[in-house]
Structure formats: structure tokens, C-alpha cells
Design a binder for this molecule. Structure first.
Ligand code: R1P
Ligand code: GUN
Length: 246
């Protein structure tokens, strides 16, 4: 994505106070400012995850910096495994909602003293993913000829770093999840808390294993390879999306 930006200036996460460096392969750890479709954007090249040992607050900290920089819209992307059996590897999924088992259990960035300079103590999360932005994303996907493989669905956040057991994947299916991942949701919570609107897209890098003794085993290498393949479609969609949003 970063190659699409012009007039760029970048900073290593390790040089920015209170930012955390990513240890996950495939996550560079760089903040890049620039222009995309004549709009000013700031792009996180890589992110940190709770499975790296960081608190939800630490993971979502950059979003508060974005708020102070004047960011109005957060676009979140991730690699995820398909729980929904009609989804295929390489599909994109516009996120319409999420399940935050980690956060419901108390591990979320809004726990603790509320900083009311950013937002309220209690916040509604029933329309976390902006309806107008979702509609625009789906319309643009159609215009780009991607209708066949762009879905809309529910992202389920697990801490990781392990991929789900068969019973866990089946549980997530019963709960209404379409895909499973290990990121994104802490950042979305902090964005909504401070009034930043959110658009999210997952690239389906694998199908979660839902049959015992099937011999299927997931690996991060497969996720990286399929993520790389899906990223071309993701970039086309996001680029057009940035062009069209106000
Ligand atoms: O959510 P992102 O960071 O895109 O990547 C997903 O893929 C990695 C697992 O292979 C995990 O980091 C998971 O969250
Ligand atoms: N939790 C989870 N995260 C993923 N990220 C990419 N694939 C997967 C998956 O199958 N499960």
C-alpha cells in the first residue's frame, strides 16, 4: 500500500515516543505520512498485537495519536481465517461488526480511568463500523468487478498467537462469526471512543479447520503468502475508497 503514496515522510515506530515495535513477521513497524488520491493519509506499516505481550492500551495507542493529528476516518485491514464455510481463500470481507471475546472478558483498551478528553466513560458499540462507509466500500467493490469475492461479515477477535482448535472454530461459527483474527478490535474500540469513524476489511488467508483429524494445519507462512496475494485486491479497493470518501 505504501508504494501508492506520494510525498511521503516516514518514521520508525521505535523512534516515536510510546509506540511499540512489532515483532511479528510481515509487520515492518513504520509510520508513513503522504498523499493518496490527493488526500492526506497516515499509514501504519505493521501493527503490534496483544499476543506479542502488549496490553490492549499499548496496541491501540497509535489511534489516540491519530486523533490528535486530526484523523477523521480509520481504515483497518487484517488477515483472517474463514469460519464461514461459504468463504474462500482470497476473498475480501468488509467488516460490519465484531465479536470481542478478549475485550468482553476485561482485556480492552478502555478499562481503567477514563480520559474524558478523548471520549465518554460508556460508549455504544452497536454501530461501530460506519454504515455509510460500508455501503460505499461494497458499491466500489462492485464497480471494480470484485463483487464475486467481496463479502460483508463479522470479525471475531482472539488474542492468539495460536490458531483455533476445531472446537473453538465451531464455537465461533455458532456465535455468528464469519472470520477469526488476532488484531484490529482494540484499535477500533479506541477509534470509536474518540469519535473516529471506522471502515474495516479482512483478507481471507485461510479457512479455519473445522473437522477433527482432517490433517489440515495452519501456518503463519501460509497466512503471509495468501495475504500477499490478496493485498493487490485490497489495495485497489482501499485506494478507490480513499478517493471517494469525504
Ligand atoms: O491481523 P493481522 O495482523 O493482519 O494478521 C493475522 O495474521 C497473523 C497470524 O498469521 C496474526 O497477526 C493475525 O492477527
Ligand atoms: N485467529 C486467527 N487469526 C488468523 N489470522 C489469519 N488466519 C487466522 C486464523 O485462522 N485464526
Amino acid at each position: 500500500m505504501v508504494k501508492l503514496l506520494t510525498d511521503t515522510d516516514s518514521f520508525e515506530f521505535r523512534d516515536i515516543p510510546n509506540f511499540t515495535t512489532s515483532t511479528a513477521p510481515g509487520h515492518a513497524g513504520r509510520l508513513v505520512f503522504g498523499s493518496l488520491q490527493s488526500k492526506s493519509v497516515v499509514l501504519m506499516q505493521g501493527r503490534v498485537h496483544m499476543y506479542e505481550g502488549h496490553s490492549a492500551k499499548k496496541v491501540a495507542f497509535p489511534v489516540r495519536v491519530f486523533k490528535l493529528l486530526g484523523v477523521k476516518t480509520l481504515i483497518v485491514t487484517n488477515a483472517a481465517g474463514a469460519i464461514n464455510r461459504t468463504y474462500n481463500v482470497g476473498d475480501l470481507m468488509v467488516i460490519c461488526d465484531h465479536i470481542n471475546l478478549v475485550g468482553l472478558a476485561g482485556l480492552n483498551p478502555l478499562v481503567g480511568v477514563n480520559d474524558s478528553r478523548f471520549g465518554p466513560r460508556f460508549l455504544a458499540m452497536s454501530s461501530a463500523y460506519d454504515k455509510g462507509l460500508r455501503s460505499l466500500g461494497l458499491k466500489l467493490a462492485e464497480e471494480l468487478g470484485m463483487k464475486e469475492f467481496v463479502r460483508e461479515g463479522v470479525y471475531s477477535f482472539q488474542c492468539g498467537p495460536f490458531f483455533e482448535t476445531v472446537a473453538e472454530s465451531r464455537l465461533l461459527n455458532v456465535l455468528g462469526a464469519d472470520v477469526a483474527g488476532m488484531s484490529t478490535v482494540p484499535e477500533v474500540l479506541v477509534a470509536r471512543h474518540c469519535g473516529i469513524r471506522v471502515f474495516g476489511v479482512s483478507v481471507v488467508t485461510n479457512r479455519c479447520v473445522m473437522e477433527l483429524d482432517s490433517g489440515e494445519e495452519l501456518s503463519h507462512e501460509d497466512v503471509l503468502t495468501m495475504g500477499e496475494k490478496g493485498s493487490a485486491d485490497m489495495q485497489r479497493l482501499i485506494s478507490k475508497f480513499v478517493d471517494k470518501i469525504d
